[in-house]
Every structure is written in structure tokens, then in C-alpha cells.
Design a protein around this ligand. Structure first.
Ligand code: ADP
Ligand code: MG
Length: 557
């Protein structure tokens, strides 16, 4: 037996691979499990095309075992295995993917979703291993072979003993260094959680003997350890089950199991789209904003799966900022992933999915508003501010998406109303949609400026959120009706009030006196035509209202 060198380019590539392609060491387990799953798929495919081969689902599994003393982690599968030649070709040549070739050859068959395509995943195991041994026996072969490598130095292949068809991969896990912890890859608990995180929806069982404890027989307080063979993954993704198999409660339980939130979501949305890019998405509208939602720490994004394998935990590009509260995931087999699977290659596909998701969320919210107003108001109380920020940001580019989702407190209805509802109640002679900014609904209701508009019998929207007026300045109009503040000089109707009294001598003196007394606090004191039951009111000069000025003053320069 002689040591073979990796091909020259491969040597450099391997070094690059181990040190820089992946940012996250732990994904090696995902890669090895994905390969094992591919191998079982291939065996399954053979059974479909060759009637001499039977396929019993129960016989196909992936097994993980860790040996802390010897620092080995073993991943075994009952897949198709590799011949000597395949070991040589598929593991001896970096960036050669037997799976990619297989995928290209076969016609699409139900139940076969090959994951591999780049021919580099296997080598990610060198990020955590000093050496790797692969023992494999191919289907239809009486011989088994052992491939062994310590990384860049090359590899050796020799015959070995192996009774079962399939592959066994033994990683010799590195010793801890000052900066890096490798022990964790031998910890049962950590292995379980890595499988859950990345490979939960691999469709074959991933088994491990797991240490458990139980009350000692005859004892009420003494426990003893025992081992049990556990399946670590849940195998079938809930979003791939047919809709009539899954209840709303199932989705809600999934939401909580996934730690998307601590209480039941307000709404679960599942949809499958077939087209230029096919995908399934499971989205949740949370019942409450997470504690950090309105802070810089909050990270938006959906989980992204490719064929049931987690690619990205928070794919921010899938959600617009104004819907950043949405939680959930997208699973698509059509994404072109880059080599590390940590990034996507084509933005185009992702953009297409993102656009459809945006439309879907909008439509679901509109439906909720129409069919379950109480729920919608609960939603709006939590996330309405985000929608209003959405109208304001990007120079109003998203106002068409969002305007029908907005609600404001109405002076006449004494509750939240939509702009459309406001419009439907407008009086025939009413020119504008009126709003009044202020700190709270109560305070706004007492504003002297609202009186003239109320007297006309017109409805006023009360803007008590700081962002309200900014958003409406971006919106400008709703269904051709302009917005105007009750502070505005032009209210769109003739005031019933008496003549302008500014010019009388008596007032001149009085106003002059007031202005001097309040010098530096107000710009000008003058008579108002609007006041009825109030002696005095504050008004802004120019376009920026007093409320907006308060906000602008608080902003850092
Ligand atoms: P990819 O999965 O992208 O093809 P990998 O580097 O992960 O690339 O694996 C390279 C090739 O080695 C695979 O395409 C497959 O042909 C073969 N291989 C790897 N692991 C196994 C396994 N457990 N059983 C059978 N073949 C395997
Ligand atoms: Mg692979």
C-alpha cells in the first residue's frame, strides 16, 4: 500500500477549505449527515430501478457515536457505500461530487432529494479532525475498503473488514487549543443539539445511544444511568406534511419548540409556491413584540432551508424591515448555494421569494383586518409602529404596500379606524383628511385647534405616536384625499368666526406685552379665528408641527 498524494491543486484547495471556506466549524456534522442521507437516497433509488433490490425503510439509518476517551466521533450509514474507485475519485479529488453526477444522471424520482453538489462538504471534517478514516462497502460488492487521511499529506486506501453495506466515518477529534474548543464535538448533548439545529429534517433516522437516568428499582430517591437508542431528528418537516394532516395547534407547538417565541403566535401562515422558484414557507406573526424588537439588537430574518437542511439561521434578505416582526422559515430546493452553503449565489431567486413573501404577509394581514378585527387590532397595537416607520422610510417607497394596513384613533368613532373607513365617512363638502398630533389621545381631544373641525362635524385622526405625522407627510394623500393638520392655516372651509382682530389698537398693546413677557419662548402672539371655548392655543409656524419638532430635537445630530 502506498500513500497517494492529493492532486496538486487539491492540496491548496484543501488548505483553503479547512481554513477559510467555512466560518463555522460545527457545520461539518451537517455535511457528513447530508452525505449519509444522500447515500441512503441513492440506495433507495437503486431499489426503484432494480427489482432485485428491496428497500425496507427500517433498515436505513444514520448512526452517531462519540468516544471521549479515544477522542473519536463516528458517523455510520447504511447507504449505497463506495467502491475502491469511488473512494479514490470522490474523496481523493476535492471538488468532485459523486452526488452531483448522480443527480444529473437520474430522472427526478419522488422521494429522492440529493443534497450534495460541490464535492467539498466531506473535507469540512478536517476543521475538527486530526485524521479521518472512512470504511466503506459498496452495494453489490464483497470487498470493503478503508480510506485514511491526516489532511493535506494525502491519503491511503487498503482493504478492510466490513460486513454491512454502507459507510463508516471515524473522525479523530483535535485536542483543545487555547482559542478553540473541540471537546464539545464529543459531548452527547452538543451533538444532539447540532443535529436538531441543522439536520432535524433529514428524512432518515439519525440515531445515537443516549445516556438517561431513572429511579433505581425499589428506591424513591436514588437514580441510575442507563443507555437508550434515541432518534435525534424529527425527520419530516412540519411544512412538508400535507395541510390536512397538520392542525393549527401543531404549527403553534412547532413555533414554540423552535423558540421563535414564548407564547402562541397570533397567526401561522403556510404556503407552497410552484413556479420559476419553488418553495414552501411557514410564517408566524407573533402575539407580542420581542423585548428587543424596537432596539438595534433585534435581528430580523427567516430560516432558510435547502431540501430540509438548514443553510442560514437568519436570512435577512427575505423580509422587508417593515415586516421584520415575522418569524419562520423558507425551504426551497431551487436555490443556487455557494460552496460553503452559507451564502446564496443568485440574489435573483432570493429576491423573487422575498417579493412573494412580502405580498403574502400583506394579504394575510388584510384578511385578518377584514375577518378578525379584534385580532388585527392586537397585532396593530404591537407592530403598527413598525408599519408606520415603513411608510416613512425609504422616502415613502413602500406606502402602497402599507397604507391599507394603517390604523389611527378616530375622534368620532372613539377607536382605531383605517384610512379607508375614514374616507367612507367623509362629508360631502369635506376637503381634507384631518389629523391632530399630540402626546396622548386624551390630550389631543382637548386641543383647542380641534374645535373648529369638530364643529363642522368632521372626523379627526389622533396622532399620538411620534412617527405618525412623519409617516403621513410621506403618504401625503390617501385615495386622492390630502391630509391636513388641524393646526394648518388652510382647513379647507370658511371660518364662521368674526373678523380678524389683530389690527385693533387695544389688541396691539396687549399682544406686544405678551410677546415681551414670553420672549424667547414664543415667536409671535396673535389673535386666532379658531378659538371657541379656549382662551389661548399654541401653534407652529411653518411646516414642522410642534410634535414633530419635539422628535427632531431628540434625534442625535
Ligand atoms: P458533495 O456531497 O457536495 O457531493 P462531499 O465532499 O460532501 O461533496 O462528498 C463527495 C462525494 O463523496 C459525494 O458526492 C459522494 O459521492 C461521496 N460520499 C461522501 N460521503 C459518502 C457516504 N457516506 N456514502 C457514500 N458516498 C459518500
Ligand atoms: Mg456532501
Amino acid at each position: 500500500m502506498s500513500k497517494k498524494q492529493f492532486k496538486a491543486e487539491s492540496k491548496r484547495l484543501l488548505d483553503l477549505m479547512i481554513n477559510s471556506i467555512y466560518t463555522n466549524k460545527e457545520i461539518f456534522l451537517r455535511e457528513l449527515i447530508s452525505n449519509a442521507s444522500d447515500a441512503i437516497d441513492k440506495r433507495y433509488y437503486r431499489s426503484l430501478t432494480d427489482e432485485n433490490i428491496s428497500f425496507n425503510r427500517e433498515d436505513f439509518y444514520i448512526r452517531i457515536s462519540a468516544d471521549k476517551e479515544n477522542r473519536t466521533l463516528t458517523i455510520t450509514d447504511t447507504g449505497i457505500g463506495m467502491t475502491e474507485e469511488e473512494l479514490e475519485n470522490n474523496l481523493g479529488t476535492i471538488a468532485k461530487s459523486g452526488s452531483f453526477a448522480f443527480k444529473n444522471e437520474m430522472e427526478t424520482k419522488e422521494g429522492v432529494d440529493i443534497i450534495g453538489q460541490f464535492g467539498v462538504g466531506f473535507y469540512s471534517a478536517f476543521m475538527v479532525s486530526d485524521s479521518i478514516i472512512v470504511k466503506s462497502r459498496a452495494l453489490d460488492s464483497n470487498e470493503a475498503y478503508k480510506w485514511e487521511s491526516k489532511g493535506v499529506e494525502g491519503y491511503e486506501i487498503e482493504t478492510c473488514d466490513k460486513d454491512e453495506v454502507g459507510t463508516e466515518i471515524v473522525l479523530k477529534i483535535k485536542e483543545n487549543t487555547e482559542d478553540e474548543n473541540y471537546d464539545e464535538f464529543l459531548e452527547e448533548y452538543n451533538i444532539q443539539s447540532l443535529v436538531k439545529k441543522y439536520s432535524d429534517f433529514i428524512k432518515y433516522p439519525i440515531k445515537m445511544m443516549v445516556k438517561k437516568s431513572k429511579l433505581k428499582e425499589g428506591s424513591e430517591s436514588e437514580y441510575e444511568d442507563y443507555f437508550e437508542d434515541d432518534t435525534l431528528n424529527s425527520m419530516i418537516p412540519i411544512w412538508r406534511k400535507s395541510k390536512n394532516e397538520v392542525s393549527t395547534e401543531d404549527y403553534e407547538r412547532f413555533y414554540m419548540d423552535k423558540h421563535f417565541g414564548y407564547e402562541k403566535p397570533l397567526k401561522s401562515i403556510i404556503s407552497t409556491v410552484e413556479g420559476a422558484v419553488s418553495y414552501t414557507t411557514l410564517l408566524f406573526i407573533p402575539a407580542r413584540a420581542p423585548y428587543d424588537f424596537y432596539t438595534k439588537d433585534f435581528e430580523k430574518g427567516l430560516e432558510l432551508y435547502s431540501n430540509g437542511v438548514l443553510i442560514m439561521e437568519k436570512c435577512a434578505d427575505l423580509l422587508p424591515d417593515y415586516f421584520s416582526f415575522v418569524q419562520g422559515l423558507v425551504d426551497s430546493a431551487d436555490l443556487s448555494l455557494n460552496i460553503s452553503r452559507e451564502l446564496l449565489q443568485h440574489d435573483r431567486q432570493l429576491k423573487l421569494i422575498a417579493k412573494k413573501i412580502k405580498d403574502k404577509i400583506k394579504n394575510e394581514l388584510l384578511l385578518m383586518l377584514k375577518n378578525d378585527r379584534e385580532k388585527y387590532i392586537e397585532f396593530f397595537n404591537n407592530f403598527g409602529k413598525q408599519l408606520k416607520f415603513g411608510v416613512y422610510s425609504e422616502f415613502g417607497a413602500n406606502k402602497d404596500v402599507l397604507q391599507d394596513l394603517l390604523m389611527f384613533y378616530s375622534s368620532t368613532e372613539k377607536k382605531l379606524v383605517t384610512l379607508d373607513e375614514y374616507i367612507s365617512r367623509m362629508k360631502e363638502d369635506q376637503k381634507y383628511i384631518y389629523y391632530a398630533p399630540g402626546e396622548t389621545v386624551d390630550k389631543i381631544d382637548k386641543l383647542p385647534q380641534t374645535e373648529a373641525v369638530k364643529d363642522k362635524g368632521y372626523e379627526i385622526l389622533y396622532f399620538s405616536d411620534e412617527v405618525d405625522e412623519f409617516a403621513i407627510k410621506m403618504l401625503m394623500k390617501y385615495k386622492d384625499k390630502e391630509f391636513t393638520s388641524v393646526y394648518s392655516n388652510d382647513l379647507g372651509f370658511e371660518s364662521d368666526e368674526k373678523e380678524d382682530q389683530n389690527e385693533t389698537d387695544e389688541n396691539k398693546e396687549l399682544f406686544k406685552f405678551m410677546q415681551e413677557s414670553l420672549s424667547g419662548k414664543v415667536k409671535e402672539v396673535k389673535a386666532s379665528k379658531r378659538l371657541k371655548s379656549h382662551p389661548v392655543c399654541l401653534a407652529n409656524a411653518g411646516d414642522i408641527s410642534i410634535e414633530m419638532e419635539k422628535v427632531l430635537k431628540m434625534m442625535p445630530d
